[in-house]
Design a binder for this molecule. Structure first.
Ligand code: ATP
Ligand code: MG
Length: 292
């Protein structure tokens, strides 16, 4: 089977550890801020995505895992909704990962997500993922106490070991035919603040807001350090990260959909071939149906 390799993009996180989060743009290039054009582009990509998903499903060999990570209010939920809107619901599953349960904490940190990996022919979407274990847990190392780990190395080494576990896990997935593509929706603190304010000011958005979001935003620079290290350590040709400017939603969604569509196109997908024998049998059945 042909091994998947990352598709090119200006937002592809390099594989050599040189990713610099302080240099990424959270806003799109000025010439690409065109709401109408981006929405139209997205609609076309959503259609293409739906067709490609059908072949993926029919072939039943590769599976696709799309991972979304971001700060609060960056637009994970709405991007997933917009990008998947044309796809046959039978062919994909979304899993959202929040604070782990007691049962989950009693297992290694890849256990709960492993249970939700997509079957062959399917698309799995992770809204947050095992990356939380090197992001929120790194910003709040006190969460490790709840994990009942045996004596472990100092924290710096622990995060490095977790990156290695994640790389190994993703390479294993790639070898067995899972195409892993990861999106970091890169929002600015100013845009996040604006979205928080509208969640407070507009009653129908109140439910989306929580005081905890503001508390987490206060750790912005620690989160950015954690994201930078995690993306450097785990963006690889078989499991690439894309850091997508997230301040403009129509642009962001179109870029995400474009990466997904080009990724699927890069796979040697084809409808299963029907043998001459099976075709002859179909023909015989046809004649029977017509004659009856
Ligand atoms: P939304 O706010 O859009 O509904 P969300 O993904 O932010 O979606 P919340 O219930 O607000 O969902 O938050 C989930 C929280 O769980 C996040 O703060 C996340 O960092 C945290 N979380 C996820 N995985 C882990 C983990 N393994 N250990 C500790 N906290 C985690
Ligand atoms: Mg939240």
């Amino acid at each position: 089977m042909k091994r998947f390799e990352a598709v090119e993009s200006p937002y592809l996180v390099p594989f050599d550890g040189s990713f610099d989060l302080s240099k990424t743009k959270t806003a799109p290039p000025a010439k690409e801020i065109d709401k109408k054009k981006n929405k139209k582009h997205l609609a076309k990509l959503v259609e293409e995505f739906a067709q490609l998903q059908e072949v993926l499903y029919a072939e039943d060999s590769y599976s696709v895992l799309l991972i979304f990570q971001a700060m609060d209010a960056a637009g994970k939920d709405s991007t997933i909704r917009a990008v998947m809107s044309g796809v046959n619901p039978a062919g994909f599953q979304v899993a959202s990962f929040k604070q782990p349960s007691a049962e989950e904490l009693d297992h290694d940190f890849l256990w709960r997500t492993a249970k939700r990996l997509p079957e062959r022919g399917r698309i799995g979407v992770f809204n947050r993922s095992y990356y939380e274990e090197v992001l929120v847990v790194r910003v709040h190392p006190e969460y490790l106490e709840g994990q009942h780990l045996p004596p472990h190395p100092k924290l710096d080494k622990l995060w490095k070991e977790r990156y290695a576990s994640i790389r190994d896990h993703e390479l294993h997935l790639a070898r067995s035919g899972t195409v892993v593509v990861k999106f970091f929706l890169d929002v600015s603190p100013a845009e996040q603040r604006r979205r928080f304010l509208s969640r407070i000011d507009e009653p129908e958005k109140n439910w989306k807001f929580s005081a905890a979001d503001v508390r987490e935003a206060e750790h912005w620079s620690e989160y950015m350090a954690a994201y930078q290290d995690a993306l450097r350590a785990t963006s690889r040709p078989w499991a690439p990260w894309y850091a997508i400017p997230a301040d403009d939603k129509p642009f962001m969604r179109a870029v995400v959909a474009d990466v997904i569509v080009r990724t699927l196109k890069s796979l040697p997908l084809a409808y299963p071939k029907v043998s001459d024998e099976a075709r002859a049998e179909l023909q015989a059945l046809r004649e029977k149906l017509v004659g009856s």
